[in-house]
Ligand binder design. Structure first.
Ligand SMILES: NC(=O)c1ccc[n+]([C@@H]2O[C@H](COP(=O)([O-])OP(=O)(O)OC[C@H]3O[C@@H](n4cnc5c(N)ncnc54)[C@H](OP(=O)(O)O)[C@@H]3O)[C@@H](O)[C@H]2O)c1
Length: 286
């Protein structure tokens, strides 16, 4: 019977986490939303249970016999409440430990952007009486994939971060840390800030990509108001625009200019560099 429940297993971190757990022959149950549009291949022939954090009965069923939960959901206004509900159900179900994937911005005082919703469930978890681990990653390298069309067609990376440097992390290294914690015994009641191996400006990122592609990619830093307007024109919700603008401002002011070394300390492996990431996804940007 599986003893680890993975919530968010169809996303960027979750997909990689499942692949890593499959190699480890871990005993896993995956929560899958009935209306999920994500591509999902089951790397370990894991047990699938259909449910949604919004549907408590489905979560009760999903939690039967489970001792650990990996908890990740997408950014949404009710994220804190949905995750908190799961934490309550986990306590009733006798779960021992929850590993929550959060965000760096949740640790700021006051928290900003999506960190505001993460804080709600972080607080809930830390006072739950369960064993817990909270992962707070910096900005994902995978965000560049969302700009691939602009990079291909116009040769630009448009992000309002100015000249600041950022400890960018590959989301797959967040998964690596989560896997290490789920299959190990250590790491109780800890918060980890996860970064890649170097802090880079986006102009440096553009230069790395230019060298790989053999053509010049320019970094452009629009003013925040213009970035907000562009997001609205792409139908990003007003809530998301507000949250992202707060995050962009915090990063622009140097908030994520740091390298923590926690990925290697916990997993024993060096986190991926941005060059490694771009090389792997070169065809997407070519
Ligand atoms: N992007 C960044 O730079 C960055 C940096 C730091 C932290 N973060 C944090 O990382 C998280 C996103 O991680 P990710 O990129 O791996 O996520 P993702 O690819 O967006 O995947 C989100 C996952 O959550 C699941 N989910 C959403 N709502 C759910 C619900 N109501 N019940 C059950 N499952 C639900 C989705 O399932 P479906 O397949 O059904 O949709 C999917 O598996 C966010 O919390 C964000 O704040 C992001």
């Amino acid at each position: 019977m599986p003893n680890i429940l993975i919530v968010g297993g169809t996303g960027k971190i979750g997909t990689e986490l499942l692949s890593l757990l499959a190699k480890h022959h871990a005993s896993i149950r995956v929560l899958r939303r009935p209306n999920s549009k994500s591509q999902f291949s089951n790397p370990g022939d894991f047990e699938i249970v259909y449910g949604d954090l919004d549907d408590s009965e489905s979560i009760r069923v999903a939690l039967k016999g489970i001792s650990q939960v990996f908890l990740l959901t997408r950014d949404q206004p009710q994220q804190g409440e949905l995750e908190s509900k799961l934490i309550d159900l986990a306590i009733s179900a006798g779960v021992k430990k929850i590993v929550k994937s959060s965000a760096f911005a949740a640790g700021l005082n006051p928290p900003v952007g999506y960190g505001l919703t993460h804080t709600v469930s972080e607080q809930k978890l830390m006072t739950s009486g369960l064993n817990w681990v909270i992962l707070r990653p910096y900005m994902f390298m995978q965000n560049f994939l969302e700009l691939a069309d602009l990079i291909k067609s116009r040769g630009i990376i448009p992000l309002p971060m100015g000249k600041t440097k950022i400890g960018l992390i590959d989301a797959r290294d967040v998964a690596l840390v989560a896997k290490t914690i789920l299959v190990g015994e250590e790491h109780e009641n800890r918060i980890y800030e996860l970064t890649g191996p170097e802090s880079l400006s986006l102009a440096e990122a553009a230069e790395i990509l230019s060298n790989l592609l053999g053509r010049t990619i320019h970094y452009r830093s629009p003013p925040l108001w213009l970035a907000g307007l562009m997001m609205r024109m792409q139908d990003v919700s007003s809530w998301d625009v507000r949250m992202r603008k707060q995050l962009f401002r915090m990063i622009h002011e140097g908030g994520e200019d740091k390298v923590t070394g926690d990925v290697e300390k916990i997993s024993g492996q060096k986190p991926r560099t941005l060059e490694m990431f771009f090389r792997e996804y070169q065809n997407t940007f070519q």
